[in-house]
Write a protein that binds this ligand. Structure first.
Ligand code: GRF
Length: 192
């Protein structure tokens, strides 16, 4: 299974995937890493010798034209699966429609709780004692697609957004690697 990973940030989840995919018995290969900006996480692709590209959102007039260029870059690799791993940008419906359901996303909350760009901050603000991590199929909503895997993560009384997010990320990584493995082996069939 060939995988393209899209990021915007530090790419710690990407790095976990790259490390997992380095093992010869892992049934998926990361073939390219894309970013919507000059993301720190591109350094991980460089280190692992994986090609990467950036399609800077700010260089385009609108989301559609940005999405069209992103789609062209992805099509060049014709990946079997696209993984959004810390991509902090909504994809245009046209691009999602082209790839769904072979496009999945990690989210640092127990969806459908706390969707959107600030899932960790929102859980903290809500005062809940547990949140979670989720891996979903990307549809044209916001973190609203079919849930492929999720797990609860405790919120501790003195948590900050950062300490909570750092507790969630390792769970995200484990779920993501397991979901990619199960998609690659056919255990997990992706549906719309
Ligand atoms: C992850 O928690 C991801 O789910 C969220 O942003 C974080 C990105 O972290 N969208 P990183 O870039 O993988 O370190």
């Amino acid at each position: 299974l060939t995988v393209a990973v899209l990021i915007s940030g530090t790419g710690s989840n990407l790095r976990a995937l790259l490390e997992a995919a380095r093992h010869p018995d892992f049934p998926a290969r990361i073939v390219v890493v894309g970013a919507d900006r000059d993301a720190e996480g591109l350094a991980h692709a460089e280190e692992f010798g994986i090609p990467s590209f950036t399609v800077p959102f700010r260089a385009f007039a609108d989301r559609e034209s940005w999405g069209a260029e992103l789609g062209h870059r992805l099509d060049a690799w014709s990946p079997d699966l696209i993984v959004l791993s810390g991509l902090m940008r909504l994809l245009p419906a046209s691009l999602v429609a082209r790839y769904t359901p072979q496009i999945i996303n990690t989210h640092p909350a127990y969806l459908p709780e706390f969707p959107g760009a600030h899932g960790v901050r929102d859980a903290l603000a809500a005062g809940v004692t547990q949140t979670g991590a989720s891996v979903i199929v990307v549809d044209d909503g916001i973190d609203s697609g079919p849930i492929l895997a999720q797990e609860r993560v405790p919120v501790l009384p003195d948590d900050t957004e950062n300490t909570l997010h750092e507790r969630i990320k390792p769970v995200e990584r484990r779920l993501l690697i397991d979901v990619v493995r199960r998609i690659a082996t056919g255990d997990l069939a992706l549906t719309h």
